[in-house]
Design a protein around this ligand. Structure first.
Ligand code: NAD
Length: 269
């Protein structure tokens, strides 16, 4: 293929699915795409009025369209419906952001087997299903961007996070395989590896430190950050959204198979 042919094939995305976008990082990423006027599908749990509020926020921010597809990412049948419905209602699926995730902390010997299964299902296996189901249409259109929200815990470990660390290391491996298999089809796959970001998932860990150490919330935040994140500040949600937008653009066509820390220096130590 000549360079000219490659240049012509590159296009900007029009449609995106962000999983787990009723809260935290996923919601912020969806808002970033909304500001760029993409048509957006989200899933994630929440009360009807909370989900309606997120969809209204996306539309107010500029989304061409915003839909919520009810689906539990631990269920393969639901994921099938999520991808089919998204492609049908939006007309295509140019960008897939695998973001839905959960956390549970315990030492390995105390780790409940059902929590292990749940974390592997939601944080890892769901991305396998969404990816395998989204790829045929991406290949047909000769365009695709797959962005997996991994974690610093895809690169390094922390105590008491066996299932989470295993799932996040796994999703980085999956990303690399997809990148290799799609390298000549204008489809990229990359992992983003955030450090601490202040979302409900982390707020629960702040509360746990405060309770365990008998300290207040501010002290617990300081302890959490100083143990791992040299910047001593949370990664901003907008920074993650901006990185996703860049990775989705035609300018990022040659970035594939990468695992990008966005962690205030956590993994530089
Ligand atoms: P969050 O708890 O604020 O949001 C999680 C989202 O996933 C919610 O919308 C929730 O409804 C959805 N979700 C959970 N289980 C689901 C299921 N079974 N089916 C469908 N949706 C489901 O969490 P967050 O902090 O925004 O985390 C988002 C992603 O970012 C996760 O993959 C997490 O591992 C990753 N991450 C977070 C941090 C951080 O510091 N917050 C750091 C690194 C990576």
């Amino acid at each position: 293929m000549s360079n000219n042919t490659v240049a012509k094939a590159v296009q900007e995305p029009a449609t995106v699915l962000v999983t787990g976008a009723t809260s935290g990082i996923g919601k912020a990423i969806a808002l970033g795409f909304a500001k760029n006027h993409l048509a957006i599908a989200i899933n994630g749990f929440g009360k009807d009025e909370e989900i309606a509020a997120v969809l209204n926020e996306l539309k107010a921010a500029g989304a061409k369209e915003a839909i919520h597809v009810p689906s539990d990412m631990s269920l393969a049948g639901d994921i099938d419906r999520l991808i089919t419905t998204t492609q049908k209602k939006l007309g295509s699926l140019d960008v897939l952001v695998n973001n839905a995730g959960i956390q549970y902390t315990a030492n390995v010997e105390d780790f409940p087997a059902e929590k292990w299964d749940q974390i592997i299902a939601i944080n890892l296996t769901s991305a396998f299903h969404t990816t395998r189901l989204a790829l045929p249409m991406m290949k047909e259109r000769n365009f695709g961007r797959i962005i997996n929200i991994a974690s610093v815990h895809g690169l390094v470990a922390s105590v008491q996070k066996a299932a989470y660390v295993a799932a996040k290391h796994g999703i980085i491996g999956l990303t690399k395989v997809v990148a290799l298999e799609c390298a000549q089809q204008n489809i990229t796959a990359n992992s983003i590896c955030p450090g601490w970001v202040l979302t409900p998932l982390v707020e629960a860990q702040v509360s746990a430190i405060a309770t365990k150490d008998g300290i207040n919330r501010d002290q617990a935040v300081e302890k959490l950050l100083s143990e791992k994140q040299p910047s001593l500040r949370f990664v901003a949600l907008e920074e993650l959204a901006a990185l996703c937008l860049f990775l989705s653009s035609s300018s990022a066509a040659s970035i594939t198979g990468a695992s990008m820390p966005i962690d205030g220096g956590w993994t530089a130590r």
